[in-house]
Design a protein around this ligand. Structure first.
Ligand code: HOZ
Length: 427
């Protein structure tokens, strides 16, 4: 494939945009090549500015569960746009969106719309702190909750437990309130609560880790978090920005049968437009201004275009009979195909999958259930694999530590195509 136009555009972008991109993962740095610039996309196909076409398994990092430029969603956006793009005033469609979310995810009794997953997690933590009148939060190493200061603690080994500010721009004050625990290790959580339980406002967790590659929760892990938070009067926040409305109509909380106090959502509820939301029990949510004292606001929150896209998306997911079963069937087919290729080729790799999200890890480990195990992966091997996939017309995440998403638009043919490309790359 030729990438000359993309290369040229990247040089141009670098002059006026830091790193040439508006979000670091897009720069393809960890796979050692320049990024491709996208021209257009439809269904499962994405085309770059050199005219190369790829079958897409990134899906804009998750939200496009119905594929690109879905006709129903486009129609909703176009109709909304014709009536104006922003009012900064209440609209009926915001309530419709809230009602849909509350119906599909019953742990949410009230919900506040924001503009991104980052805003949702930042606001949910502020609310948890205001509600409990405590300052610390527990976050898991390797979980990602957007780029709020107190989520970006990259503590070194000795400082893992209590956090130190080793990321420029994150203050010591912020870092000291973020307590770090190990994902899938309840003992590390119990230890923090035994030492500082009465200071902890909330645990925030990705119920399925999706940002260190896909790592499912071990049996009993989420239940354990529920028990510990209840015992210590802290809140449990599920960050369902990736899993919400993807794993099931009611997200990971329905899939695993564990109910959080607060949930952050994003991605899918914008139908591809910039949206986030956070919600939960009435008694907690009513602490938000103007009802309560915890302040959070936004001119573009509940934006009519984003609401139109999101409502159309959620209605499709709610009303399409068997959609999650079909996603499961296709994703299981893909997993089985890759597993067969791994076995035939003798590649040292494992695959983790929950519903329609999965990651193939290049590792000598027998399984990947923790951050430390994920860190054993051969990222150079992934970089080679990525390049071969791109050349074969398959677009996957440019990092070992991301998820691959199957959408309802993927056909059996698309799945066969990626299995074949995966075979050629591994053999
Ligand atoms: N891991 C990120 C989303 N969950 C990738 C997207 C981004 O940072 O741009």
């Amino acid at each position: 494939m030729k990438y000359s136009q993309s290369k040229e555009e990247f040089l141009r972008a670098n002059k006026t945009i830091p790193g040439g991109v508006n979000s670091p993962v897009r720069a393809f740095k960890s796979v050692n090549i320049d990024p491709v610039f996208i021209e257009k996309a439809k269904g499962t196909k994405i085309t770059d500015i050199d005219g190369n076409e790829y079958t897409d398994f990134v899906a804009s990092w998750g939200p496009l569960i119905l594929g690109h430029a879905n006709d129903t969603i486009l129609k909703a956006i176009n109709e909304a746009a014709a009536k104006g793009t922003s009012y900064g005033a209440p609209t009926k469609i915001e309530t419709e969106m809230a009602e849909l979310i509350c119906e599909m995810m019953p742990s949410i009794e009230k919900v506040r719309m924001v503009n991104s997953g980052t805003e949702a997690t930042m606001s949910a933590v502020r609310l948890a702190r205001g509600f409990t009148k405590r300052e610390c939060i527990v976050k898991f190493i390797g979980n990602y909750h957007g780029h709020g200061d107190y989520f970006l603690i990259k503590a070194g080994s000795g400082a893992l437990t209590f956090g130190l500010p080793d990321s420029p721009g994150v203050t010591e004050g912020n870092a000291k309130d973020t307590l770090l625990a190990d994902y899938n290790d309840l003992k590390s959580v119990e230890k923090l609560f035994a030492e500082r339980g009465d200071e902890i406002a909330a645990i925030i967790v990705e119920p399925v880790a999706g940002n260190m590659g896909v790592i499912p929760p071990k049996k009993g892990f989420l239940e354990g978090l529920r028990k510990i938070t209840k015992k210590h009067g802290a809140l449990l926040i599920f960050d369902e920005v990736i899993t919400g409305f993807r794993l099931a109509k009611g997200g990971a909380q329905e899939y695993f049968g564990v109910t959080p106090d607060l949930t952050t959502i994003g991605k899918i509820i914008g139908g591809g437009l910039p949206v986030g939301a956070y919600g939960g029990k009435k008694e907690i949510m009513d602490n938000l201004a103007p009802e309560g004292a915890v302040y959070q606001a936004g001119t573009l929150s509940g934006n009519p275009l984003a609401m139109a896209a999101g409502v159309a998306m959620l209605k499709e997911l709610k009303n399409t009979e068997g959609i999650y079963e079909e996603l499961e069937r296709r994703a299981a087919k893909l997993e089985a195909g890759i597993l067969k290729n791994i076995a035939i080729s003798g590649t040292k790799a494992v695959i983790n999958r929950v519903g329609s999200m999965m990651t193939m890890f290049f590792t000598n480990e027998k399984s990947i259930t923790s951050f430390d195990q994920a860190m054993t992966c051969n990222t150079e091997q992934y970089a080679e694999y990525f390049k071969l996939s791109l050349e074969a017309g398959i677009y996957i995440a440019p990092s070992q530590f991301e998820a691959m998403f199957v959408s309802a638009a993927h056909t059996d043919e698309d799945i066969d195509k990626i299995i074949e490309a995966n075979y050629k790359a591994l053999i």
